[in-house]
Design a protein around this ligand. Structure first.
Ligand code: ADP
Ligand code: ZN
Length: 748
């Protein structure tokens, strides 16, 4: 009736267009204001297309982050919110599931904690599936009435014939089926000969069956399982440390927590430090649940990623296993987060948004109110301190499953029993290796260094081959006949003459990398079947799976590897692990080096003797009295960790205090120094606040940029972020100087 249309019109007039703030996946300080389209009501979390300059951008309708703790809330921006006349309109509301309030709060939290523009954090949620956001979910059917003036071509006819069969199809599928280009489909759509149908994203995985194959648990395992199941069933926020030596059944137990989560109809997120190495993990999951989990990492294809994103958002994916970025997926009903190998420094993302996925996972769990399980054989000191203070619950598995014993560990004092000149495997280790191989058991040599030699030196003039772009020696990779920088992509052919004194054949390789150890092993054991496992020899998941299969099939006698071998592999026939240089990584003055070396070597040692045959571990060391060596020898980390704690407590180093690193970098060294010194002069001070530096950053020149570092350390009770905000405001460097903030740096 006339009256109702009139009243609707009046209502329209009376109701001004809504003003909405839209966060864009870009490095702006915060969201931008837009006007909602006249006929659409927008809600926080809606994913929209907005004009920005001449382009359109995908963004998310945001809301103010007033519920952040005051010390984390970004400084309020003053702006005039009354004038809407110059605001642009939101172009389109995309048909995507909106980002939930808890995810938006999480993004705000991470942004505030890491001092990163919130849009850059949000980009981790959106960027990954933005390609095809508008078209991929669209299927086509013929329009109800084909416009009479449509110009028909054979290609157009083909498309219409296909679609008249009644199944809506995407542009990609149409192209694949008919051979016509995407342009033809678009032409038909533009001519209104097609109508768009929103396709429900398919679920990339079948639902896992929590009862598919139930394990028979040992008493200790059953106790831990019950405890974890209870926290999952009860729901609510909690953190549990699940600790136990390698092989004690930790994975077995958290798979039960996942089962409980699935039974609750909720979603579980499992973070692994290195997803590319997780083939064995996936197999294990399939054995337990009958189907594969959804997998999320940077190498999965676009289509798969889009499906996983949608399946996460609509709740179809009940288990997602992923690398750290999986933390930013839009889970519909997250019920559990598991962080395997929680001590791994790989959880720290060092580029872009600098954050620690383990710590942020706990934040996310708190925001959605779900339990978290931290899993490790060698928990980090931070986690242990949280256990001691009662913030985290502790579940401990004391022994290996099925009575398998811990490997017997011995140290070879290299000062007393040195290897022959030019060799790196000592006679004692050689003897053990031969005995092991003679028994037809497998052995492993571990050295955490890729390539042939870490240093190439001229015997005549002492010149060292260095990267022209970084403060780093060039590492010889003999198989590829190159000297490579391990910090940037630079490489050069191994020169014949010394570039400094021009003498011929005077360049000498100093020290071992695994290529050199492999060469030595071939000489020592010419009949042994040797496999090298390093990130540059195993470059794809397939290569890794193949290597692991060959080891499991006993086609390999000796494995030689870098830290790749330290991951949670299960090699039942491996009984001897030789650590070529146990001291590697301990020098350099990093306060956390001891803890990290202990964790790594313990992990490597844990590969030995996981089945019925007992394992042995030999550590070659020039510092056998070092606390790390005694801890590895005794297998007891409590005392070692207590010592670590004692070193860090007095100076309130983490975890007893808070720490942030300010990295100032510039191609111009003088400028870098000037800015670093300016920050030094403006350093905040006060009770419980301390600034160290500026000093050259650990890698003083990286990709031609000179880097300086200042450390800000505070007592636990003092938040770093507001201090950092004020400090950063005091120095205004020019555009060529970059400032990176690293909250909770991995090394200090
Ligand atoms: P962790 O994660 O602590 O290294 P796992 O869960 O991988 O230990 O267990 C080590 C090995 O022992 C695996 O092969 C696992 O399948 C097996 N295992 C552990 N507990 C049991 C059990 N209760 N029944 C059967 N096999 C088990
Ligand atoms: Zn370099």
């Amino acid at each position: 009736s006339l009256f109702s249309t009139l009243s609707e019109t009046l209502a329209d007039v009376a109701q001004p267009q809504q003003r909405v703030s839209v966060l864009l996946p870009m490095p702006f300080k915060g969201p931008f204001d837009y006007l909602s389209p006249p006929d659409i009501t927008l809600n926080p979390g809606d994913i929209v297309l907005v004009p920005l300059g001449r382009r359109q951008k995908t963004g998310v309708v945001w809301e103010t982050s007033s519920d952040l703790p005051p010390d984390l809330a970004p400084p309020a921006e003053q702006k005039d919110r009354t004038d809407t006349s110059r605001l642009k309109e939101v172009a389109e509301l995309l048909e995507l599931p909106p980002l939930s309030a808890d995810l938006r709060r999480f993004i705000d939290w991470v942004a505030a904690y890491t001092l990163t523009p919130p849009g850059m954090v949000m980009a981790m949620t959106l960027r990954l599936h933005m390609h095809g956001v508008t078209s991929a979910g669209t299927g086509w059917l013929p329009a109800d009435t084909i416009p009479a003036d449509l110009r028909m071509t054979p290609a157009r006819q083909k498309v219409l014939d296909l679609l008249r069969k009644g199944l809506p199809q995407t542009t990609t599928d149409i192209s694949a089926a008919t051979g016509v280009s995407a342009g033809v489909v678009k032409g038909l759509a533009d001519a209104r000969a097609l109508r768009a149908i929103k396709l429900e994203p398919e679920c990339p995985v079948e639902a896992p069956d929590p009862g598919y194959r139930l394990p028979v648990l040992e008493a200790e395992q059953a106790r831990a399982t019950t405890a974890l199941r209870q926290s999952v069933e009860k729901g609510g926020f909690s953190v549990t440390l699940l600790e136990g030596v390698t092989g004690s059944g930790k994975t077995e137990i958290y798979l039960e927590a996942i089962a409980a989560c699935i039974e609750q109809g909720k979603q579980a997120l499992i973070l692994l430090p290195e997803i590319a190495l997780s083939a064995q993990w996936t197999e294990r999951f399939i054995r337990r649940f009958g189907v594969a989990p959804a997998i999320w990492h940077s190498d999965t294809g676009q289509r798969m990623r889009r499906l996983t994103w949608h399946a996460t958002a609509n709740g179809n994916a009940s288990v997602v296993v992923g690398a750290r970025s999986a933390l930013f997926l839009p889970f519909e009903k997250l019920g559990l987060i598991v962080i395997d190998e929680e001590h791994e420094t790989l959880y720290k993302q060092e580029e872009g948004v600098i954050y620690n996925a383990r710590d942020m996972a706990i934040v996310r769990a708190r925001l959605v109110q779900c339990p978290t399980v931290l899993v490790s054989a060698t928990p980090s000191l931070e986690t242990l301190v949280n256990v001691q203070s009662g913030r985290y619950r502790h579940l401990m598995l004391p022994s290996r499953h099925g009575g398998a014993t811990m490997p017997e560990t011995r140290i070879i004092d290299m000062r007393v029993h040195p290897p022959e000149r030019g060799r790196f495997i000592s006679p004692a280790l050689t003897e053990e290796l031969s005995a092991t191989l003679a028994r037809q058991e497998q052995a492993m040599l571990f050295l955490n260094r890729r390539g042939y030699a870490p240093l190439t030196l001229c015997r005549a003039c002492g010149h060292r081959m260095e990267c022209p772009h970084c403060t780093a020696w060039l590492v010889e990779h003999r198989a590829r006949k190159r000297l490579c920088c391990h910090y940037c992509e630079y490489f050069e052919p191994v020169p014949v003459t010394c570039p400094a004194c021009h003498e011929e054949n005077t360049l000498t390789s100093i020290g071992p990398g695994i290529e050199r150890i492999t060469e030595e092993a071939h000489e020592l054991f010419p009949d042994a079947r040797i496999l090298v496992m390093a990130s540059d020899t195993l470059t794809s998941p397939t290569a890794i799976t193949e290597a692991v299969t060959r080891i499991s099939n006993r086609e390999i006698d000796l494995i030689i590897g870098t830290q790749v071998v330290a991951k949670g592999w299960h090699f039942p026939y491996l009984t001897l692990v030789g650590i070529v240089d146990a001291d590697l990584g301990l020098s350099g003055g990093d306060l956390r080096a001891g803890e990290r070396t202990f964790q790594l070597l313990h992990q490597v040692a844990g590969r030995a003797g996981r089945a019925s045959a007992p394992g042995r571990v030999l550590l070659q060391s020039y510092t056998p009295e070092h606390p790390v060596m005694s801890a590895l020898l005794s297998g007891s980390q409590d005392r070692f960790m207590a010592q670590e704690a004692m070193q860090r407590q007095p100076g309130f180093w983490p975890p007893y205090g808070r720490l942030a690193a300010l990295i100032i970098s510039c191609e111009d060294a003088a400028k870098a120094d000037a800015v670093a010194n300016a920050f030094g002069r403006m350093a905040p001070y006060g009770e419980g606040i301390q600034v160290l530096g500026p000093t050259p950053a650990p890698v003083a020149v990286l990709r031609n940029r000179h880097r300086r570092r200042l450390l800000l350390r505070t007592k636990r009770t003092i938040a770093l972020q507001p201090i950092l905000h004020r400090w950063l405001d005091m120095v205004k460097p020019d555009r060529n100087v970059r400032i990176d903030i690293d909250i909770d740096p991995v090394s200090f």
